[in-house]
Design a protein around this ligand. Structure first.
Ligand SMILES: *Cc1c(COP(=O)(O)O)cnc(C)c1O
Length: 428
């Protein structure tokens, strides 16, 4: 139980994500969680609309995921991966190779999404070294993209959202392409493809790869776009001889209604990153997969090896719970669960667009987004939402949900009703 003194300690001594140490936003003490609910330490339940940043897809405190962790703790919680291998890593590698498109066969197990992006960028750089090509040190990325908080990942994140200005002078300078316009069903703008082609062609001799979040740009704007853009991007990369990296850290494992978002367009990248939902939200783990051709070329570089190896690489606990989470997915209830969520959000969340304070609403799979006209006052909105028994954390103008796949219809309805109430109050 956290006392008022403990909470004061938290405010004074612990950083929370993107918060001020001088004037932190309130943090609510959560004591436990189960299914689709978080329980505040005073016992109040909150219906979870966030899946803890996309990750807790099967719900909290899942008996099979718990058991996977218990079983593995009893064997070994960790062992170094240099010179050693173990069943949890091999089983997870097998599952990832099986689930992803066929050419992606080589797996690097990284400790977080951002690190898996660093690994992808590094693989692209070493790939060109392996081909004996000099000067390919930059990346092409998209406005509104988000790829993580480490420096390489930040350098390919939207320059404004990514706050490049704050770190200018240290961040590598990359090439930014205009993002595809909003709308899964919006026809492809060929003039945009032409502009991409011009920009990529102009920089091709210094570019190592293009990196993009397929179909949904997540933290950089919760933007859903026509998957056909990915096919155009693939052919531009083929034509101009550039590697293509898909960051599926947010979109992977069913969230968009396909197992991977790239499957909306049947386009395959040279390098793929996955994370977030990989362990069902139990602990941090991510992976970078690449084709055999990329892996072999990387190893023909001067180094002769791929130059990365974190201390906790392939942590057995994380691998074991990830394998259990992927098994739950392969049992196949997720497509119905996502379809049910999508149908209800189309019926109830899309119409929030009629409220004055709302600029736009959009839904894809298990993602429901309300974009407000004005940035939301997070502390105030959060308090109201907690009063209604729901956990949704807006940022900026974005008021969005991506609940655990196991959410019940009445719970989802309550989340959307609460969003409606907040939007309506914001209008008056
Ligand atoms: C969250 C996210 C990352 C970063 O993952 P972390 O585990 O937070 O480091 C990278 N790319 C995308 C698309 C993400 O959504």
């Amino acid at each position: 139980m956290l006392t008022p003194e403990d909470l004061a300690f938290d405010r004074e001594h612990l950083w929370h994500p993107y918060t001020s140490a001088l004037n932190p936003l309130p943090s609510y003490p959560v004591a436990r969680a189960a299914g689709c609910e978080l329980f505040l330490q005073d016992g109040r339940p909150l219906i979870d609309g966030m899946a803890s940043w996309w990750s807790v897809i099967h719900g909290y405190n899942h008996p099979r995921l718990n058991q996977a962790v218990f079983d593995q703790v009893a064997q070994m919680s960790h062992v170094m991966f240099g010179g050693i291998t173990h069943e949890p890593a091999v089983r997870l590698g097998q599952a990832l190779v099986r689930m992803t498109p066929e050419p992606l066969t080589t797996v690097f197990l990284a400790d977080s999404g951002s690190v898996s992006v660093e690994v992808a960028l590094k693989q692209a750089l070493q790939y060109w070294q392996g081909r004996g090509v000099k000067g390919r040190y930059r990346f092409a990325a998209f406005r509104y993209g988000y790829h993580g908080d480490t420096f390489g990942a930040m350098s390919v994140t939207d320059p404004e959202n990514g706050m490049h200005g704050l770190f200018a002078g240290f961040l590598p300078s990359n090439v930014f392409l205009d993002a595809p316009p909003l709308g899964y069903d919006m026809p492809v703008e060929l003039s945009l493809i032409t502009r991409w082609r011009e920009q990529l062609a102009a920089h091709r001799h210094e570019l190592a790869a293009v990196i993009v979040e397929p179909v949904v740009q997540g933290a950089g704007g919760m933007r859903i776009y026509n998957p056909a853009y990915l096919a155009h991007l693939r052919s531009l990369c083929d034509e101009l001889d550039l590697l293509l990296i898909f960051d599926e850290i947010a979109t992977g494992f069913g969230r968009t209604g396909r197992l991977f978002a790239m499957q909306h367009a049947q386009v395959i990248p040279d390098i793929l990153t996955v994370g977030k939902a990989l362990t069902g939200g139990y602990m941090t783990l991510a992976a970078t997969l690449c084709t055999r051709a990329v892996a072999e070329t990387v190893c023909r570089s001067e180094a002769g090896v791929f130059m990365h190896g974190p201390t906790f690489m392939a942590n057995p606990l994380a691998c074991q719970v990830a394998t259990a989470s992927l098994e739950l997915l392969s049992e196949g209830r997720w497509p119905e669960q996502i379809q049910a969520m999508e149908a209800m959000m189309r019926n109830l969340l899309l119409p929030l667009a009629e409220i004055d304070s709302v600029a736009d609403t959009r839904v894809l799979g298990g993602i429901g987004v309300v974009e407000m006209r004005q940035p939301m006052r997070v502390a105030e909105v959060q308090k109201k939402l907690i009063g209604r028994g729901v956990w949704i954390r807006p940022f900026g103008k974005l008021f969005y949900i991506m609940p655990p796949y196991v959410i019940q219809p009445e719970q989802l309805r309550h989340l959307i009703d609460s969003m409606r109430a907040v939007c309506t109050e914001a209008a008056v």
